[in-house]
Ligand binder design. Structure first.
Ligand code: BES
Ligand code: MN
Length: 442
Protein backbone atom coordinates (compact mmCIF):
# COMPACT_ATOMS: atom_id res chain seq x y z
CA UNK A 1 0.00 0.00 0.00
CA UNK A 2 1.21 3.55 -0.67
CA UNK A 3 3.37 5.10 2.04
CA UNK A 4 1.13 8.20 1.94
CA UNK A 5 -1.79 6.09 3.24
CA UNK A 6 0.31 4.85 6.14
CA UNK A 7 1.53 8.40 6.80
CA UNK A 8 -2.07 9.60 6.97
CA UNK A 9 -2.87 6.88 9.52
CA UNK A 10 0.17 7.82 11.61
CA UNK A 11 -0.85 11.51 11.63
CA UNK A 12 -4.41 10.61 12.66
CA UNK A 13 -3.18 8.30 15.44
CA UNK A 14 -0.94 10.96 16.98
CA UNK A 15 -3.89 12.86 18.47
CA UNK A 16 -4.60 11.79 22.04
CA UNK A 17 -8.33 12.13 21.45
CA UNK A 18 -9.43 10.59 24.75
CA UNK A 19 -13.06 11.63 25.10
CA UNK A 20 -13.71 10.69 28.71
CA UNK A 21 -10.94 12.81 30.23
CA UNK A 22 -11.58 16.56 29.99
CA UNK A 23 -7.81 17.20 30.12
CA UNK A 24 -7.70 15.90 26.52
CA UNK A 25 -10.62 17.95 25.13
CA UNK A 26 -8.19 20.15 23.15
CA UNK A 27 -6.68 17.12 21.41
CA UNK A 28 -10.12 15.72 20.61
CA UNK A 29 -10.93 19.03 18.95
CA UNK A 30 -7.63 19.14 17.02
CA UNK A 31 -8.29 15.62 15.81
CA UNK A 32 -11.68 16.76 14.48
CA UNK A 33 -9.92 19.66 12.70
CA UNK A 34 -7.51 17.19 11.10
CA UNK A 35 -10.48 15.25 9.72
CA UNK A 36 -12.13 18.42 8.43
CA UNK A 37 -8.95 19.39 6.59
CA UNK A 38 -8.45 15.94 5.11
CA UNK A 39 -12.09 15.66 3.96
CA UNK A 40 -12.00 19.12 2.38
CA UNK A 41 -8.81 18.31 0.51
CA UNK A 42 -10.49 15.13 -0.70
CA UNK A 43 -13.16 17.26 -2.37
CA UNK A 44 -16.09 16.90 0.05
CA UNK A 45 -18.31 19.60 1.58
CA UNK A 46 -17.50 19.56 5.26
CA UNK A 47 -19.19 20.96 8.33
CA UNK A 48 -17.88 20.80 11.90
CA UNK A 49 -20.50 21.13 14.62
CA UNK A 50 -19.76 21.96 18.25
CA UNK A 51 -21.76 19.98 20.82
CA UNK A 52 -21.93 20.20 24.61
CA UNK A 53 -18.69 18.18 24.60
CA UNK A 54 -16.86 17.01 21.48
CA UNK A 55 -17.44 18.04 17.86
CA UNK A 56 -19.33 16.15 15.18
CA UNK A 57 -17.89 16.23 11.65
CA UNK A 58 -20.23 15.80 8.67
CA UNK A 59 -18.99 15.59 5.07
CA UNK A 60 -20.90 15.06 1.83
CA UNK A 61 -20.23 14.70 -1.86
CA UNK A 62 -22.46 16.41 -4.43
CA UNK A 63 -25.87 14.87 -3.74
CA UNK A 64 -27.68 13.86 -6.91
CA UNK A 65 -31.24 12.70 -7.46
CA UNK A 66 -31.86 9.07 -8.38
CA UNK A 67 -29.14 7.35 -6.41
CA UNK A 68 -28.94 5.83 -2.97
CA UNK A 69 -27.80 7.89 -0.01
CA UNK A 70 -25.31 6.04 2.17
CA UNK A 71 -24.13 7.27 5.55
CA UNK A 72 -20.77 6.06 6.82
CA UNK A 73 -20.34 6.51 10.56
CA UNK A 74 -17.15 6.30 12.60
CA UNK A 75 -15.67 7.69 15.81
CA UNK A 76 -12.38 9.51 16.20
CA UNK A 77 -12.31 9.47 20.00
CA UNK A 78 -10.39 6.79 21.87
CA UNK A 79 -10.30 5.08 25.25
CA UNK A 80 -7.83 6.11 27.98
CA UNK A 81 -4.39 4.49 27.83
CA UNK A 82 -3.74 3.36 31.37
CA UNK A 83 -2.04 1.19 32.52
CA UNK A 84 0.58 3.10 30.53
CA UNK A 85 3.51 1.02 31.82
CA UNK A 86 2.19 -2.05 30.00
CA UNK A 87 2.57 -0.46 26.55
CA UNK A 88 5.70 -1.49 24.65
CA UNK A 89 5.69 1.89 22.84
CA UNK A 90 4.01 5.19 23.76
CA UNK A 91 0.31 4.90 22.77
CA UNK A 92 0.27 8.10 20.70
CA UNK A 93 3.57 7.49 18.91
CA UNK A 94 2.46 4.93 16.33
CA UNK A 95 4.89 2.03 15.98
CA UNK A 96 4.94 -0.41 13.06
CA UNK A 97 6.06 -3.99 13.59
CA UNK A 98 5.51 -6.36 10.66
CA UNK A 99 1.88 -6.15 9.53
CA UNK A 100 0.70 -4.33 12.65
CA UNK A 101 0.59 -0.68 13.62
CA UNK A 102 0.49 -0.16 17.39
CA UNK A 103 -1.27 2.87 18.90
CA UNK A 104 -4.35 3.70 20.96
CA UNK A 105 -7.28 3.97 18.54
CA UNK A 106 -5.49 2.11 15.73
CA UNK A 107 -8.31 -0.43 15.43
CA UNK A 108 -10.99 1.27 17.55
CA UNK A 109 -11.80 3.21 15.48
CA UNK A 110 -9.33 5.45 13.64
CA UNK A 111 -7.81 2.85 11.32
CA UNK A 112 -11.21 1.54 10.24
CA UNK A 113 -12.64 5.05 9.86
CA UNK A 114 -9.67 6.21 7.81
CA UNK A 115 -9.95 3.22 5.46
CA UNK A 116 -13.39 4.52 4.44
CA UNK A 117 -12.12 8.07 4.10
CA UNK A 118 -9.19 7.01 1.90
CA UNK A 119 -11.42 4.72 -0.17
CA UNK A 120 -13.68 7.66 -0.95
CA UNK A 121 -10.71 9.98 -1.58
CA UNK A 122 -9.26 7.54 -4.10
CA UNK A 123 -12.56 6.99 -5.90
CA UNK A 124 -13.11 10.74 -6.15
CA UNK A 125 -9.56 11.29 -7.41
CA UNK A 126 -9.98 8.61 -10.07
CA UNK A 127 -13.62 9.14 -11.14
CA UNK A 128 -14.50 12.66 -9.88
CA UNK A 129 -17.69 11.13 -8.47
CA UNK A 130 -19.02 8.36 -6.24
CA UNK A 131 -21.71 5.82 -7.17
CA UNK A 132 -23.87 7.07 -4.26
CA UNK A 133 -24.76 10.18 -2.32
CA UNK A 134 -22.42 9.93 0.62
CA UNK A 135 -22.71 11.33 4.12
CA UNK A 136 -19.73 10.84 6.43
CA UNK A 137 -20.72 11.23 10.08
CA UNK A 138 -17.77 11.21 12.47
CA UNK A 139 -18.17 11.76 16.20
CA UNK A 140 -15.83 12.25 19.17
CA UNK A 141 -18.00 10.76 21.92
CA UNK A 142 -18.58 7.09 21.08
CA UNK A 143 -16.39 5.85 23.91
CA UNK A 144 -18.49 7.82 26.41
CA UNK A 145 -21.80 6.52 25.07
CA UNK A 146 -22.53 9.16 22.36
CA UNK A 147 -24.45 11.47 24.72
CA UNK A 148 -24.84 14.29 22.18
CA UNK A 149 -25.20 12.37 18.94
CA UNK A 150 -28.83 11.26 19.17
CA UNK A 151 -29.99 14.85 19.83
CA UNK A 152 -27.78 15.85 16.88
CA UNK A 153 -29.50 13.29 14.64
CA UNK A 154 -32.88 14.65 15.68
CA UNK A 155 -31.82 18.22 15.05
CA UNK A 156 -30.37 17.44 11.61
CA UNK A 157 -32.79 14.69 10.67
CA UNK A 158 -33.49 16.12 7.20
CA UNK A 159 -29.93 16.75 6.12
CA UNK A 160 -28.85 13.36 7.49
CA UNK A 161 -31.66 11.42 5.80
CA UNK A 162 -30.21 8.29 4.19
CA UNK A 163 -31.17 4.86 2.87
CA UNK A 164 -28.64 2.88 4.88
CA UNK A 165 -25.73 3.34 7.29
CA UNK A 166 -22.38 1.52 7.09
CA UNK A 167 -20.01 1.22 10.04
CA UNK A 168 -16.62 -0.44 10.41
CA UNK A 169 -16.21 -0.60 14.19
CA UNK A 170 -16.66 -4.31 14.86
CA UNK A 171 -14.53 -7.42 14.54
CA UNK A 172 -13.57 -10.20 12.16
CA UNK A 173 -13.88 -13.75 13.40
CA UNK A 174 -10.36 -14.61 12.19
CA UNK A 175 -7.69 -13.07 9.94
CA UNK A 176 -8.76 -13.22 6.29
CA UNK A 177 -12.33 -14.20 7.19
CA UNK A 178 -14.68 -11.37 6.15
CA UNK A 179 -17.34 -10.82 8.77
CA UNK A 180 -20.77 -9.26 8.58
CA UNK A 181 -22.17 -8.35 11.98
CA UNK A 182 -25.96 -8.22 12.19
CA UNK A 183 -26.36 -7.60 15.91
CA UNK A 184 -24.77 -5.70 18.79
CA UNK A 185 -25.43 -5.88 22.47
CA UNK A 186 -26.73 -2.78 24.21
CA UNK A 187 -25.30 -1.41 27.42
CA UNK A 188 -26.41 0.21 30.66
CA UNK A 189 -23.91 1.49 33.23
CA UNK A 190 -24.21 2.45 36.87
CA UNK A 191 -21.87 3.79 39.57
CA UNK A 192 -22.59 3.10 43.20
CA UNK A 193 -21.19 4.62 46.36
CA UNK A 194 -21.97 3.11 49.75
CA UNK A 195 -21.74 5.44 52.74
CA UNK A 196 -21.54 3.96 56.25
CA UNK A 197 -20.04 5.64 59.33
CA UNK A 198 -19.16 9.34 59.01
CA UNK A 199 -15.44 8.49 59.05
CA UNK A 200 -13.20 5.39 59.04
CA UNK A 201 -13.52 3.56 62.36
CA UNK A 202 -11.27 1.33 64.50
CA UNK A 203 -12.53 -2.15 63.62
CA UNK A 204 -11.90 -3.44 67.14
CA UNK A 205 -13.73 -0.67 68.97
CA UNK A 206 -16.64 -0.56 66.50
CA UNK A 207 -16.57 -3.93 64.71
CA UNK A 208 -19.94 -5.54 65.49
CA UNK A 209 -21.66 -2.24 66.10
CA UNK A 210 -22.22 -1.04 62.53
CA UNK A 211 -22.43 -2.39 58.99
CA UNK A 212 -19.17 -2.30 57.03
CA UNK A 213 -19.47 -0.62 53.59
CA UNK A 214 -16.66 -2.78 52.12
CA UNK A 215 -18.45 -5.96 53.19
CA UNK A 216 -21.73 -4.57 51.89
CA UNK A 217 -20.28 -3.74 48.49
CA UNK A 218 -18.93 -7.27 48.13
CA UNK A 219 -22.32 -8.68 49.11
CA UNK A 220 -24.14 -6.47 46.62
CA UNK A 221 -21.72 -7.32 43.82
CA UNK A 222 -22.10 -10.99 44.68
CA UNK A 223 -25.88 -10.76 44.76
CA UNK A 224 -26.18 -10.23 41.00
CA UNK A 225 -25.49 -13.83 39.96
CA UNK A 226 -26.35 -17.37 40.83
CA UNK A 227 -22.81 -18.73 41.12
CA UNK A 228 -23.85 -22.28 40.26
CA UNK A 229 -25.56 -21.62 36.94
CA UNK A 230 -24.10 -18.20 36.07
CA UNK A 231 -27.49 -16.58 35.62
CA UNK A 232 -28.26 -13.00 36.58
CA UNK A 233 -30.74 -13.09 39.46
CA UNK A 234 -32.09 -9.56 39.28
CA UNK A 235 -35.88 -9.96 39.16
CA UNK A 236 -37.23 -9.43 35.64
CA UNK A 237 -33.77 -9.21 34.04
CA UNK A 238 -34.51 -11.78 31.33
CA UNK A 239 -38.19 -10.87 30.80
CA UNK A 240 -37.70 -9.13 27.45
CA UNK A 241 -34.85 -11.25 26.12
CA UNK A 242 -35.51 -12.58 22.62
CA UNK A 243 -34.34 -16.20 22.34
CA UNK A 244 -31.60 -17.08 19.86
CA UNK A 245 -32.79 -18.39 16.52
CA UNK A 246 -31.85 -21.94 15.55
CA UNK A 247 -29.91 -20.91 12.46
CA UNK A 248 -27.76 -18.56 14.54
CA UNK A 249 -26.60 -21.21 16.97
CA UNK A 250 -25.90 -23.54 14.08
CA UNK A 251 -23.93 -20.96 12.07
CA UNK A 252 -21.93 -19.84 15.10
CA UNK A 253 -21.02 -23.42 15.96
CA UNK A 254 -19.31 -23.73 12.60
CA UNK A 255 -17.08 -20.67 13.05
CA UNK A 256 -13.35 -21.11 13.65
CA UNK A 257 -13.78 -19.44 17.05
CA UNK A 258 -14.32 -22.10 19.65
CA UNK A 259 -13.56 -22.44 23.33
CA UNK A 260 -9.88 -23.20 22.71
CA UNK A 261 -9.46 -19.85 20.87
CA UNK A 262 -11.43 -18.06 23.58
CA UNK A 263 -9.13 -19.47 26.26
CA UNK A 264 -6.11 -18.46 24.25
CA UNK A 265 -7.44 -14.92 23.68
CA UNK A 266 -8.46 -14.35 27.29
CA UNK A 267 -5.74 -16.24 29.09
CA UNK A 268 -8.40 -17.68 31.41
CA UNK A 269 -7.81 -21.31 32.40
CA UNK A 270 -11.48 -22.14 32.07
CA UNK A 271 -14.50 -20.46 30.49
CA UNK A 272 -17.54 -19.58 32.57
CA UNK A 273 -20.99 -18.11 32.18
CA UNK A 274 -24.70 -18.74 31.94
CA UNK A 275 -25.42 -22.47 31.92
CA UNK A 276 -27.03 -23.98 28.82
CA UNK A 277 -25.36 -21.74 26.24
CA UNK A 278 -22.14 -21.94 24.25
CA UNK A 279 -19.46 -19.29 24.74
CA UNK A 280 -20.42 -17.46 21.53
CA UNK A 281 -24.11 -17.58 22.45
CA UNK A 282 -23.29 -16.14 25.86
CA UNK A 283 -21.20 -13.28 24.48
CA UNK A 284 -23.26 -12.39 21.39
CA UNK A 285 -26.80 -13.43 22.13
CA UNK A 286 -27.30 -13.34 25.90
CA UNK A 287 -27.26 -10.46 28.39
CA UNK A 288 -24.74 -10.18 31.21
CA UNK A 289 -24.01 -8.25 34.38
CA UNK A 290 -20.39 -7.20 34.93
CA UNK A 291 -18.52 -5.63 37.81
CA UNK A 292 -16.13 -3.18 36.12
CA UNK A 293 -14.66 -1.77 39.31
CA UNK A 294 -14.94 -2.33 43.05
CA UNK A 295 -13.18 -0.68 45.93
CA UNK A 296 -13.17 0.35 49.55
CA UNK A 297 -11.01 0.14 52.61
CA UNK A 298 -7.27 -0.13 53.04
CA UNK A 299 -5.31 -1.00 49.88
CA UNK A 300 -1.75 -0.38 51.14
CA UNK A 301 0.93 -2.74 52.37
CA UNK A 302 0.28 -4.86 55.45
CA UNK A 303 -2.92 -4.85 57.44
CA UNK A 304 -4.88 -1.96 58.85
CA UNK A 305 -7.77 -2.68 61.19
CA UNK A 306 -10.38 -0.30 59.95
CA UNK A 307 -14.05 -0.14 59.02
CA UNK A 308 -14.00 2.13 55.96
CA UNK A 309 -16.50 4.97 55.82
CA UNK A 310 -17.38 4.21 52.22
CA UNK A 311 -16.95 1.89 49.28
CA UNK A 312 -17.67 1.95 45.54
CA UNK A 313 -18.86 -0.26 42.72
CA UNK A 314 -19.06 0.24 38.96
CA UNK A 315 -21.46 -2.00 37.10
CA UNK A 316 -22.41 -2.45 33.47
CA UNK A 317 -25.01 -4.65 31.87
CA UNK A 318 -24.77 -5.90 28.28
CA UNK A 319 -28.22 -6.16 26.80
CA UNK A 320 -29.83 -8.02 23.93
CA UNK A 321 -33.04 -7.35 22.00
CA UNK A 322 -35.59 -6.31 23.37
CA UNK A 323 -34.15 -5.27 26.73
CA UNK A 324 -34.37 -1.54 27.51
CA UNK A 325 -31.42 0.13 29.28
CA UNK A 326 -33.63 2.36 31.47
CA UNK A 327 -35.82 -0.52 32.52
CA UNK A 328 -32.83 -2.71 33.40
CA UNK A 329 -31.26 0.02 35.54
CA UNK A 330 -34.55 0.45 37.40
CA UNK A 331 -34.69 -3.30 38.11
CA UNK A 332 -31.10 -3.25 39.36
CA UNK A 333 -31.76 -0.24 41.61
CA UNK A 334 -34.63 -2.09 43.20
CA UNK A 335 -32.52 -5.24 43.59
CA UNK A 336 -29.66 -3.36 45.30
CA UNK A 337 -31.89 -1.25 47.54
CA UNK A 338 -33.62 -4.39 48.84
CA UNK A 339 -30.26 -5.93 49.77
CA UNK A 340 -28.36 -2.96 51.19
CA UNK A 341 -27.74 -3.46 54.92
CA UNK A 342 -29.25 -1.06 57.47
CA UNK A 343 -27.05 1.92 58.28
CA UNK A 344 -25.57 2.07 54.81
CA UNK A 345 -26.67 4.68 52.34
CA UNK A 346 -26.75 3.67 48.71
CA UNK A 347 -25.96 6.43 46.17
CA UNK A 348 -26.51 5.44 42.57
CA UNK A 349 -25.51 7.42 39.48
CA UNK A 350 -26.64 6.12 36.13
CA UNK A 351 -23.93 6.17 33.46
CA UNK A 352 -24.09 5.88 29.70
CA UNK A 353 -26.38 3.53 27.92
CA UNK A 354 -27.21 2.26 24.46
CA UNK A 355 -29.88 0.01 23.07
CA UNK A 356 -29.11 -3.41 21.57
CA UNK A 357 -29.33 -3.74 17.80
CA UNK A 358 -30.28 -6.44 15.33
CA UNK A 359 -30.89 -6.34 11.59
CA UNK A 360 -31.98 -9.07 9.17
CA UNK A 361 -28.68 -10.12 7.53
CA UNK A 362 -30.62 -11.36 4.49
CA UNK A 363 -32.16 -7.97 3.62
CA UNK A 364 -31.10 -6.45 0.26
CA UNK A 365 -28.56 -4.02 1.74
CA UNK A 366 -27.22 -6.82 3.94
CA UNK A 367 -26.66 -9.00 0.89
CA UNK A 368 -24.95 -6.13 -0.95
CA UNK A 369 -22.61 -5.61 2.01
CA UNK A 370 -21.81 -9.32 2.16
CA UNK A 371 -21.04 -9.37 -1.55
CA UNK A 372 -18.66 -6.40 -1.09
CA UNK A 373 -16.95 -8.30 1.73
CA UNK A 374 -16.68 -11.40 -0.44
CA UNK A 375 -15.23 -9.43 -3.36
CA UNK A 376 -12.67 -7.80 -1.06
CA UNK A 377 -11.53 -10.88 0.83
CA UNK A 378 -12.23 -13.60 -1.75
CA UNK A 379 -14.40 -15.64 0.65
CA UNK A 380 -18.04 -15.60 1.72
CA UNK A 381 -18.68 -13.51 4.83
CA UNK A 382 -19.33 -15.06 8.22
CA UNK A 383 -22.56 -13.84 9.82
CA UNK A 384 -22.22 -12.98 13.48
CA UNK A 385 -23.48 -10.81 16.30
CA UNK A 386 -21.04 -9.05 18.62
CA UNK A 387 -20.90 -8.62 22.35
CA UNK A 388 -19.71 -5.01 22.20
CA UNK A 389 -21.93 -1.97 21.86
CA UNK A 390 -22.16 1.00 19.52
CA UNK A 391 -24.82 3.05 21.26
CA UNK A 392 -25.81 5.19 18.28
CA UNK A 393 -26.64 2.33 15.92
CA UNK A 394 -30.19 1.73 17.18
CA UNK A 395 -30.71 5.51 17.10
CA UNK A 396 -29.98 5.45 13.35
CA UNK A 397 -33.00 3.16 13.08
CA UNK A 398 -35.18 5.14 15.51
CA UNK A 399 -34.40 8.62 14.17
CA UNK A 400 -33.32 8.15 10.54
CA UNK A 401 -35.25 4.92 9.94
CA UNK A 402 -32.12 3.42 8.39
CA UNK A 403 -30.60 -0.01 8.98
CA UNK A 404 -26.91 -0.25 9.80
CA UNK A 405 -24.47 -2.60 8.08
CA UNK A 406 -21.55 -3.51 10.32
CA UNK A 407 -18.43 -4.44 8.37
CA UNK A 408 -15.69 -4.73 10.93
CA UNK A 409 -11.96 -5.07 10.37
CA UNK A 410 -10.81 -5.62 13.96
CA UNK A 411 -8.89 -8.83 14.55
CA UNK A 412 -9.45 -10.91 17.68
CA UNK A 413 -6.00 -9.97 19.02
CA UNK A 414 -6.23 -6.21 18.25
CA UNK A 415 -6.32 -5.41 21.99
CA UNK A 416 -8.96 -2.70 21.71
CA UNK A 417 -9.28 -0.74 25.00
CA UNK A 418 -6.12 -2.47 26.28
CA UNK A 419 -2.35 -1.83 26.20
CA UNK A 420 -0.65 -2.41 22.83
CA UNK A 421 -3.78 -1.88 20.75
CA UNK A 422 -2.91 -2.60 17.14
CA UNK A 423 -4.39 -2.66 13.65
CA UNK A 424 -3.43 -4.96 10.81
CA UNK A 425 -2.04 -2.98 7.86
CA UNK A 426 -3.38 -5.65 5.55
CA UNK A 427 -6.86 -4.97 6.92
CA UNK A 428 -6.25 -1.24 6.50
CA UNK A 429 -5.55 -1.83 2.79
CA UNK A 430 -8.51 -4.22 2.53
CA UNK A 431 -10.72 -1.64 4.25
CA UNK A 432 -9.91 0.89 1.54
CA UNK A 433 -10.92 -1.63 -1.15
CA UNK A 434 -13.97 -2.65 0.87
CA UNK A 435 -15.21 0.93 0.90
CA UNK A 436 -14.98 1.05 -2.88
CA UNK A 437 -16.72 -2.32 -3.40
CA UNK A 438 -19.35 -1.41 -0.82
CA UNK A 439 -20.38 1.89 -2.39
CA UNK A 440 -20.56 0.19 -5.79
CA UNK A 441 -22.62 -2.73 -4.41
CA UNK A 442 -25.06 -0.51 -2.50
N1 BES B 1 -15.91 -0.70 18.63
C1 BES B 1 -16.44 -0.83 19.93
C2 BES B 1 -17.66 -1.72 19.99
C3 BES B 1 -17.41 -3.14 19.64
C4 BES B 1 -16.36 -3.85 20.20
C5 BES B 1 -18.23 -3.78 18.77
C6 BES B 1 -16.15 -5.15 19.87
C7 BES B 1 -18.02 -5.09 18.45
C8 BES B 1 -16.97 -5.77 18.99
C9 BES B 1 -16.82 0.51 20.49
O1 BES B 1 -15.89 1.52 20.20
C10 BES B 1 -16.88 0.40 21.97
O2 BES B 1 -15.91 0.07 22.59
N2 BES B 1 -18.03 0.69 22.56
C11 BES B 1 -18.20 0.72 23.97
C12 BES B 1 -19.42 1.53 24.21
C13 BES B 1 -19.56 2.06 25.61
C14 BES B 1 -18.35 2.79 26.08
C15 BES B 1 -20.78 2.92 25.70
C16 BES B 1 -18.33 -0.67 24.55
O3 BES B 1 -18.85 -1.59 23.90
O4 BES B 1 -17.89 -0.85 25.69
MN1 MN C 1 -14.24 1.19 21.72
Amino acid sequence: MPQTDIDALIEFLRFASISTDSAFAGQVNECADWLVDRLERGGLDVEKYATARHPVVVAKNAQKAGRKTVMIYGHYDVQPVDPLELWDHPPFEPHIDGDRIFARGSTDNKGQLLAHLLGVEKTLAANKDLPVNLIFLFEGEEEIGSPNLEPFLNEHRDSLACDVVAVSDTGMVAPGLPTFTYGLRGIACMEITLHGPTSDLHSGIYGGAVANPATAVAQLAGSLHNVTNGRVIVDGFYDRVTPLEKWESKAWNELPLGDAEMKELTGATSLYGEEGYTTLERTWGRPTAEVNGIGGGYQGEGSKTVIPAESMLKLSFRLVPDQEPGEILALVRKHLAARCPKGIQLDITEGHDGKPYKVDPHCDFGKAAQSALETTFGKPAALIREGGSIPIVQAFKDVLEADTLLLGLALPDCRAHAPNENFSLENFAKGIQLNQHLLAAL
